[in-house]
Design a protein around this ligand. Structure first.
Ligand code: 6PG
Length: 248
């Protein structure tokens, strides 16, 4: 596994650098294959990255019509719900770019969790023309992590943490008393490029734990791409308990 960590002075610098990395990677993939796909993270941290993508995309001439968007996870709420990850991406990115609706593959979270997971899995299989038993290779997957070390909606001790066969899991999150729909580790770890975006002082302790040793007890520590590259984009506040800090 090839991986790197870069510490940025603040969330703005992180968002700009992540947006530039994403656009350059998508543009290069489009140049090679004529199309590209990206899995988007939910939560608040990536919002600033999505807001930068429009401007950086204009600067670097990204053809959004050749990009397909997917989600790493979704809350079990309708797509117009304030907690919807789809709604957050729609408001911070999709409404500001020209992208065909058929390129936007949201998780149909208005259905019961198990059905939403099955529908999303079928959508991924169809897009990648997957044969059963194989996993998709996404060009770019964006992730975050919670203070408990969850990533996507793979929470510590959840059924999703041990899922190794399905592409998508519907999982009940005890601490939140709610269902989530999430891509599974076999899919996440099959990506060509993985970016984990972490910002804010509240994440300093979990980042310290992630890099403290060899134990792989936290879900985000199990993000270990088999052949792709893992990039940590971290701001200074979140990195405050890490040794060897250099700022971009
Ligand atoms: C979600 C995300 C989740 C998120 C972390 C960090 O649906 O909430 O997929 O995994 O990345 O919870 O969220 P923040 O960026 O808001 O801290």
């Amino acid at each position: 596994m090839k991986s790197g960590l870069t510490v940025f002075r603040d969330q703005g610098a992180l968002a700009d650098a992540a947006a530039r990395f994403i656009v350059r990677t998508l543009a290069q993939t489009i140049g090679e294959r004529g199309a590209a796909n990206m899995v988007l993270s939910g939560g608040q941290t990536p919002r600033a990255v999505y807001q930068r993508l429009k401007q950086v995309g204009v600067e670097l001439g990204l053809e959004w019509s050749r990009v397909h968007l997917f989600w790493g996870d979704e809350r079990s709420v309708p797509p117009d719900h304030p907690e919807s990850n789809y709604r957050m991406v729609r408001e911070s990115l999709i409404e500001h770019i020209t992208i065909p609706e058929t390129n936007v593959h949201r998780i149909m979270s208005e259905y019961p969790p198990a059905e939403a997971a099955a529908r999303y899995s079928a959508e991924i299989r169809k897009y990648f023309r997957l044969v059963m038993g194989t996993f998709p290779v996404f060009d770019m997957i964006l992730l975050g992590t919670g203070q408990d070390g969850h990533t996507a909606s793979i929470f510590p001790g959840s059924s999703a943490e041990i899922e190794r066969n399905e592409l998508v899991a519907a999982t009940f999150v005890e601490k939140l008393q709610t269902h989530r729909i999430t891509l599974t580790f076999p899919v996440l770890n099959n990506a060509d490029e993985l970016c984990i975006l972490v910002a804010g002082a509240s994440k300093a302790e979990v980042l310290r734990d992630v890099f403290a040793g060899e134990s792989l007890r936290l879900p985000v520590q199990q993000i270990r791409p088999a052949r792709g590259e893992l990039h940590w984009f971290v701001d200074r506040d979140a990195a405050s308990l890490l040794h060897e800090r250099k700022f971009e």
